[in-house]
Structure formats: C-alpha cells, structure tokens
Ligand binder design. Structure first.
Ligand code: HEC
Ligand code: HEC
Length: 246
C-alpha cells in the first residue's frame, strides 16, 4: 500500500495527454465472445458472482449485516480505485480486504483467493453497464501520474511501453488476440486460457511477462497506480465485469 506523499515524490514524469481514441474493451471481442459475455446463462464467470452473493450473507458479522443487500453496492466498483481517508490507494479488492480485517475482524482473504475473487465479481457486477467515474483530482492525482509514468515507460527485454501495443497497435492481431486499448473495465474476468476467473493484476502480470519485464506482485503499488490510470482512460465507459476473454 502506498501513501500520497511517497507517491508524489516518486513522480516526475508528467507526459502526454490521454490518447483521444480509446474504445470500450467489448468492441475488440469477437462477436461470439461478446454475445457470451452478455449472456449470464452461457458465462462461466457467473459461478463466481453467485458464490460472492452467498458469501455476502454468510456469518454473524456478514457484509450484509452492515451494508444491507448486495444491491446497495450498485455503482461502487465504478468509483474504484479510490484514495481512502487515510491516504491509501485502494482498489475494490483492497477495499473488501479492509472490511474483512477491520470491520469483520477476520484474517484477509488473500489476493486471487476464490473468496476474494467471488466477492469482487459479485460487487463489480452490480456496476455492470454503468460508466467508470473514478476521482483523479486531489489525493488521487499523484497516484494517477505515477500510473501514467509506468504506462509510458518502455519495459522488459522487448523494450515496449504499454501504449505501443494498446494505443499504437489497438485493433491489430498479436498471437491470436486482437489488441484492445488495455482497459480494466472487464475485471475480474473469466479467461478461457486460464480456465478460471482472474483479477486485473493477474492480467497485468501476463502483459509484464509478455514484454519479458519483471512481474510485480498482485496488489503492488505500481499495479495499483496503473489500475487508477487505466480507469482514468476508461472514464465514462461501461463496466463489463465479469468479463469473458480468450
Ligand atoms: C461492521 C460493519 C461492516 C462490515 C461487517 C462490512 N463492512 Fe464494508 N464498509 C463498512 C463501512 C463503515 C464502510 C465505509 C468506510 C469508509 O468509507 O471509510 C464500508 C465500505 C465498504 C465498501 C466501499 C463502499 C464505497 O461506497 O466506497 C465496500 C466495497 C465494502 N465495504 C465491502 C464489504 C464487504 C465485501 C464486506 C464483507 C466481507 C463488508 N464490507 C463488511 C462497514 C462494514
Ligand atoms: C506486446 C504488446 C503488449 C504490451 C507491451 C502490453 N500489452 Fe496488455 N495486452 C496485450 C494483448 C495481446 C492483450 C490481450 C488482448 C487485449 O485484451 O488487448 C492484452 C491485454 C491487456 C489488458 C486486458 C484487457 C481486457 O479487456 O481484457 C490490460 C488491462 C492490459 N493488457 C494492460 C497493459 C498494460 C497496463 C501494459 C503495460 C504495463 C500492457 N498491457 C502492455 C498486449 C500487450
């Protein structure tokens, strides 16, 4: 977890404007995959949504006991990542883990655990179709700039920045994939290659590996800041979670 002041100090680069031509991730899916993503009865990610809805109600100090029905989470995922009152940047997973440890007094679920993925999917699904609306001013500004700097830095043995694929080559094919604008709006997503549901940070690790760069830990400060920057690029675009991907 990172704090505003530290992140601001880490930042010097303040680069070019956000690419003008960013399109929703679903626009890059094949027609079959897009139709399947839209149809809960044919979308394996819904198994996690249902499990998350069951978890929401489980135990004496359940999520529901404080928050009410899970429908109260409508629109919440569209506002994350967000800076908490204590200055820490939290994505949805981090926000859930906080309630788990601080409100429920239980040990954290753990990043990429089935329980955390399920709750994240169930909560994110309540924002499906709603426009991304993350705060990028105030305390969030320095995190976003840190994410932007990461996005624009050439990395790995292939010496490629994110935008060299996701801006310059969006719409082109790479190893059987159509390169999208690299937004996080579909996560957590069920990826056929994974044969399971996975988080955005798992996907980011795959892109780091793709350019032969260091794969950062799930939940690392750089991936969190990057997640905020990606969300700022996706501002106004629909949440697609749970997504369905090749
Ligand atoms: C004891 C009461 C309590 C329990 C139990 C609890 N929460 Fe919370 N939760 C809160 C409070 C209070 C906040 C607001 C904290 C803040 O804004 O600083 C919150 C905030 C949240 C938010 C962010 C909401 C927003 O609008 O930004 C999410 C998501 C969330 N909780 C999920 C969960 C989940 C999932 C569980 C069960 C694993 C859970 N909570 C259990 C009290 C609780
Ligand atoms: C060598 C080209 C390449 C580079 C560089 C690259 N990616 Fe990707 N990325 C891909 C491909 C291919 C996919 C899978 C197709 C797609 O969804 O775009 C992908 C998928 C993604 C996705 C998932 C999109 C979705 O809707 O499923 C995100 C988010 C993403 N990349 C972010 C990044 C970030 C951030 C960086 C820089 C750290 C990066 N990528 C660097 C090629 C690349």
């Amino acid at each position: 977890m990172i704090r505003g002041a530290a992140a601001a100090a880490a930042l010097l680069a303040c680069g070019m404007a956000v690419a003008a031509d960013v399109r929703p991730s679903r626009d890059f899916l094949s027609p079959e995959l897009r139709a399947q993503q839209d149809d809960p009865s044919r979308h394996p990610g819904w198994l996690w949504v249902e499990e998350g809805e069951a978890l929401w109600q489980r135990g004496t100090r359940s999520c529901q006991s404080c928050h009410g029905g899970i429908e109260s989470m409508a629109g919440v995922a569209a506002r994350y990542p967000a800076v908490a009152a204590d200055g820490v940047l939290l994505n949805l997973e981090g926000r859930i883990e906080r309630c788990r440890t601080q409100q429920q007094g239980e040990p954290a679920f753990g990043y990429e655990s089935e329980t955390l993925l399920s709750l994240t999917a169930a909560i994110a699904q309540r924002s499906r179709g709603l426009p991304v609306s993350v705060a990028t001013d105030g305390a969030a500004a320095s995190f976003r700039e840190r994410g932007r700097a990461f996005y624009e830095t050439r990395q790995g043995q292939l010496n490629l920045a994110c935008g060299q694929c996701h801006d310059d080559n969006a719409g082109r094919r790479l190893r059987g994939d159509v390169i999208s604008n690299g937004l996080g709006t579909g996560y957590p997503a069920y990826r056929l290659e994974w044969n399971t549901l996975g988080s955005l940070h798992r996907r980011l690790r795959a892109c780091s590996l793709g350019v032969r760069a260091e794969q950062l830990p799930l939940g690392s400060p750089d991936y969190l800041a990057l997640e905020l920057f990606l969300a700022s690029r996706a501002q106004g675009m629909p949440i697609e979670a749970p997504g369905l991907r090749r």
